[in-house]
Write a protein that binds this ligand. Sequence first.
Ligand code: TRP
Ligand code: SF4
Length: 327
Amino acid sequence: MKKGRILSGMRPTGHLHLGNLIGALENWVRLQQDYECFYFVADWHALTTGYRETAAIDSYTREMVLDWLAAGIDPARSVIFVQSTIKQHAELHLLFSMITPLGWLERCPTYKEQLQQLAEREITTYGFLGYPVLQAADILIYRADAVPVGEDQLPHLELTREIARRFNYLYGEFFPEPQALLNRVTILPGLDGRKMSKSYDNCLYLSAAPDEIRQAVRGMITDPGRARRHDPGNPEVCTAFTYHRAFNPARIEEIDPSCREAKIGCVDCKKELAEAIVGYLAPFQARRRELLADPGYVDRVLAEGGERARAVAEETMKSVRRLVGLP
Ligand code: TRP
Ligand code: SF4
């Protein structure tokens, strides 16, 4: 017996990085055991900030779905699809837009932040303001019980619940209120110690070749207070050590004191780390190469997942139209 239904999505960003794997994807893979899972590419959401540069959306979608599949998202167990191929999301978004007060959206912290951070992108648009309304439609159209997300998405989930309540109040009890399932908190920092992000150019990609990984790890930030080889180090402030925790856990009990007593140097410590990451990614990369050998595979997965998602979404919309009083 499954515990309930999970839904989550990612905007199509192309190749995923180690932070995506540790922060979200491994969680998605695990959840397949206990839940009925729906995982989708939020390509309409990508347009809310990237409506000018749309040429790469399709290839980014494929690269990302390949990474999902190689990481263990299983099309036999989970429904994998692309948002824009399920038109019912747009219909529900439209109906939600009628009942969502502007104030809820203008007060949303992610909206205010992004408006400032992406000032040059001209996102004072109707679509961008409505980002959380579309997200609510994504979630509620499958009547999901829980949504695995990062902490940054909590305001959107709160809005989703508010929209569900408002719909239920206006038209009759129908939508369940979905819960957030927080992804693992230990966020992997980027190579320079800041948040790992494509826009900072500090990522390690899942598809990086072994030599790229070795080179990137050589340049990774360590304890900034450890200037010379014989200085004692502090693993707690070392980015490389955070990676050891994630990819070389069996060895951290030894590395920690060796670093503090200056028995190990950063060069060797990072060499060991690089090999651990190479080994960790090897099965993923082998699987990705296998999948790539069948060029139609991703399309078939998305077509089949699309059919399954569409059937569920249309079922919901039949009830929604009836409740609202539409033909
Ligand atoms: N906003 C999410 C993000 O940026 C992507 C997303 C869109 C999503 N629709 C969703 C996540 C529905 C969970 C459920 O990460
Ligand atoms: Fe970091 Fe390892 Fe250097 Fe210690 S020895 S500071 S853990 S890289």
